[in-house]
Design a protein around this ligand. Structure first.
Ligand SMILES: Nc1ncnc2c1ncn2[C@@H]1O[C@H](COP(=O)(O)OP(=O)(O)OP(=O)(O)O)[C@@H](O)[C@H]1O
Length: 480
């Protein structure tokens, strides 16, 4: 039974081998290298189409001719065959041909059963391409180095020793998870420092000497995201670089990859990312095999990912995978005394950069402290940058601040003093809001001074006016 099976296989194999022999030239034409085959005497037996492309020479001018003759007639300046046959080993050289094309030759001996050289198979590569590749590798190395430099250098321009309890606790948490290899998800409004914290995490991790790459998922066009992240195999699609391309996952191997704005990652990519997180496998576009990589993932978003999962915009399985260590970065308005510290930290930074000695008036300082900073640290940093650059004398006055900030700060102040929030006024007319403010001020004054006549006197108002306004608003002195 087994014997029959083996015979059958042997028969099929013989048939298939003749198939290979029939189509061998077509197989040669699929190679990305040029191919030049001679017999042991140097007679040209075959060249593939890539050889023709690289050298500009035509097969019909070469086939059947001896390489020695081709050298003599100046078709090319050297041939490796005699040396390969004599030394019985692989030989390499740079060849220039009649068309002044420069190529690299790698000539291998093919032995017969007596261990004598029967043929010489030469691979031919474009020297320009090789030096381009070298440049590319050097550029990539430089890129990796510059990433590492920026990680190392950034530190001095950052405020990393917060005073507020909330941030001290957060830094503690960051430095603790940094020691592990866990995937980290940063959540927080725009400009709160997710990017800064991702680098801080890398800097404190055992991978600190390896590369750190950041991908802003909003910045890469959807059709390029996959090739940027996963790279592609040589000749993966028409127009692709024939040498293939390294993706960011491979570049960040052994280091950290920061996926910023992960909420924007297209659904198809979310599936691929999940596979990386689960198995540590990546597959280049057009590749048939996968590759194991060792990358720590840090992700960040200002979106509510749970909501995005409900809406079907974000895969729940990926969401759960990312939630291994979630770190919420609070907005500036919740960082208490850090705001004060940060204001002066940035003033110092920009004073140093522009060789200035700008300070802040107490009114300007108070206005800044009372502002809600919707743009968070980015807004604060940019404002101080512009104030330091544009400040005429060395003191920033409240008039130098943006009008909207001053107005908002005044209203916020009044609201705070009156114990009201801005949301209390939504949908009301200006007149109603003013009346409400007025009533609140009068109420406060009556409670502070003890009676309507005393409050009216303190506010330099007519007592009947105060009485009438409060009565109209439905208050009596007893109510207050
Ligand atoms: N601790 C810090 N010390 C000094 N500057 C900081 C700090 N944190 C953030 N910044 C500055 O604030 C700006 C915004 O920070 P970052 O880009 O990290 O925020 P983000 O949350 O990632 O923003 P986005 O959501 O828009 O991506 C940057 O210019 C950064 O340098």
């Amino acid at each position: 039974m087994n014997l029959n099976l083996n015979r059958h296989r042997h028969h099929i194999l013989q048939e298939r081998k003749s198939l290979i022999a029939t189509y061998l030239c077509n197989v040669f034409d699929t190679l990305n290298d040029g191919l030049y085959i001679t017999d042991k005497n140097g007679v040209t037996l075959a060249v593939n189409s890539m050889y023709e492309n690289l050298t500009g020479l035509k097969a019909e001018d070469l086939l059947g001719k001896n390489v020695a003759e081709l050298v003599e007639t100046g078709i090319f300046d050297l041939a490796l065959n005699p040396e390969v046959v004599q030394k019985k080993k692989t030989v390499t050289a740079v060849q220039v041909n009649r068309k002044t094309r420069k190529v690299v030759l790698i000539a291998h001996p093919i032995f017969d059963y007596d261990d004598d050289v029967e043929m010489v198979v030469t691979y031919v590569r474009d020297i320009a391409l090789i030096s381009q590749l070298k440049d590319q590798v050097a550029a990539q190395r430089q890129l990796i180095d510059s990433f590492q430099m920026s990680i190392k250098q950034d530190n001095s321009s950052l405020y990393l020793t917060p005073k507020s309890a909330i941030m001290r606790q957060l830094f503690k948490q960051v430095r603790k998870v940094a020691k592990t290899d866990a995937t980290v998800l940063y959540l927080g409004e725009t400009g709160v420092g997710k990017d800064v914290m991702a680098k801080e995490l890398h800097r404190n991790s055992p991978r600190k000497d390896k590369s750190f790459f950041k991908v802003d998922c909003t910045c890469i066009p959807e059709n390029l995201i996959e090739s940027e992240l996963f790279g592609y195999a040589p000749g993966a699609f028409s127009g692709a670089d024939s040498r293939g391309k390294l993706g960011l996952f491979e570049m960040a191997d052994k280091g950290t990859l920061f996926l910023d704005e992960i909420g924007e990652l297209p659904l198809a990519m979310q599936g691929k990312l999940l596979r990386v997180l689960q198995d540590g496998d990546i597959q280049r576009i057009g590749a048939t095999t996968t590759k194991k990589i060792n990358v720590r993932i840090i992700a960040a978003t200002n979106r509510n990912l749970a909501e995005e999962v409900k809406k079907g915009n974000f895969r729940s399985d990926l969401f759960y995978r990312l939630r291994v260590a979630v770190i919420n970065i609070p907005p500036l308005r919740e960082r208490g005394e850090d705001l004060f510290e940060l204001i002066y930290f940035f003033i110092k930074q920009f004073n140093r950069r522009y060789k200035r000695q700008v300070t802040l008036s107490s009114m300007a300082e108070e206005t800044m402290l009372n502002y809600a900073w919707p743009g968070n640290l980015r807004e604060l940093e940019n404002l101080i940058h512009s104030l330091v650059v544009t400040c005429d004398n060395n003191k920033i006055q409240v008039e130098d601040l943006p009008a909207a900030m001053v107005a908002k700060s005044t209203v916020d102040n009044t609201c705070r003093a009156l114990n009201m929030g801005l949301e209390d006024f939504s949908g009301k007319s200006f007149k109603d809001i003013v009346t409400e403010f007025e009533t609140q001020i009068l109420k406060n004054a009556v409670s502070v001074y003890g009676s309507i006549p005393k409050a009216a006197k303190a506010l330099d108002l007519n007592r009947s006016t105060v009485f009438r306004k409060l009565q109209k608003a439905g208050f009596t002195e007893v109510d207050t």
